[in-house]
Design a protein around this ligand. Structure first.
Ligand code: F6P
Ligand code: MN
Length: 280
């Protein structure tokens, strides 16, 4: 696992450099989810692939930017699914972006998940790595230094409601409106990494990406986005559900499957469960 931890850190430093120097431009390629892919996404994917290729304990990788899994080392035991540059279109407007990693033993699937990690590329570069506990590291003078352990409180103040409101179910809209009436503050950048990072570091709140009329199964990818954050939130004392069930109890049938998802602290997640039990 130490080798993987180091490879993620090396990738993060190279990705920081790619973000800092890359010209803004779109490639003609489309990723498997049909979005226009930024050249920077491809570059970040290749950086991570190259760094993971050096780690003998990694058996297979799956990337949001690749249609299929890729075998790296027959004798390795780890399977890693990653989103190389989440929220990549936000680079154009100089908002924070990040990379997300889910680390599994022997096969992909929540039951086999042993660690998860994300990197935030913002004004600072930070790494959050969860195994038994969730730890925050800061890139300083070229090295990642341990900062602190992260714990979520029981009730937060922030609300990050994903998806287009026009396409929300009425009960979902009523629930989100209810939180705002209670005094929750809107904090939504459109980047999953910084939006969930903010809620984690500021003690709690709720990030939601519901099923919508155009995307009934949600938008965010199980393996590349949802499961890693579910693991991290649970290890930090927070909660991660699909409205009814824990996200960490869900399976997947294809590496690009999506899931409806809610991440947050106890109070907010209990409310989601009550509302979704009655309506969804
Ligand atoms: O990767 C998908 C993503 O860009 C996430 O980073 C983000 O949370 C989400 O989409 C935002 O989606 P929307 O604009 O539909 O709320
Ligand atoms: Mn993404």
């Amino acid at each position: 696992m130490r080798d993987i931890f180091d490879a993620i850190q090396r990738s993060a430093k190279r990705i920081k450099n790619a973000i800092d120097v890359k010209d803004i431009g779109y490639s003609q390629l489309e990723n498997s989810s049909g979005e226009t892919q930024l050249q920077l996404d491809i570059q970040c994917d290749l950086i991570i692939q190259e760094e993971f290729s050096k780690v003998a304990s990694i058996h297979t990788i799956a990337s949001e930017e690749k249609e299929k899994e890729m075998l790296l080392h027959e004798d390795g035991k780890y399977y890693i699914a990653y989103d190389p540059l989440d929220g990549s279109s936000l680079v154009d407007v100089n908002l924070s972006v990040g990379s997300i990693y889910g680390i599994y033993e022997n096969a992909f699937g929540t039951a086999n998940m042993v660690a998860a990690c994300y990197i935030v590329h913002g004004p600072r570069v930070e790494m959050v790595f969860a195994e038994n506990k969730t730890k925050l590291y800061l890139l300083q003078d070229g090295e990642f230094e341990f900062v602190k352990e992260i714990r979520v409180t029981e009730k937060g103040k922030l609300m990050a409601p994903g998806g287009t409101q026009q396409n929300w179910a009425p009960y979902h809209k009523d629930m989100i409106d209810g939180f705002f009436k209670e005094g929750y503050r809107l904090r939504y950048s459109g980047g999953m990494v910084p939006d969930l990072h903010q809620i984690l570091l500021k003690g709690g709140g709720l990030f939601s990406y519901p099923g919508t009329s155009d995307k009934p199964e949600g938008k965010l990818r199980r393996l590349f986005e949802v499961f890693p954050f579910a693991f991290i939130y649970e290890k930090s004392g927070g909660y991660a559900i699909d409205g009814k069930n824990d996200l960490m109890s869900l399976g997947h049938s294809h590496i690009h499957d999506t899931a409806i998802c809610f991440f947050g602290s106890k109070y907010e997640i209990e409310r989601v469960k009550e509302v979704y039990a009655k309506n969804a």
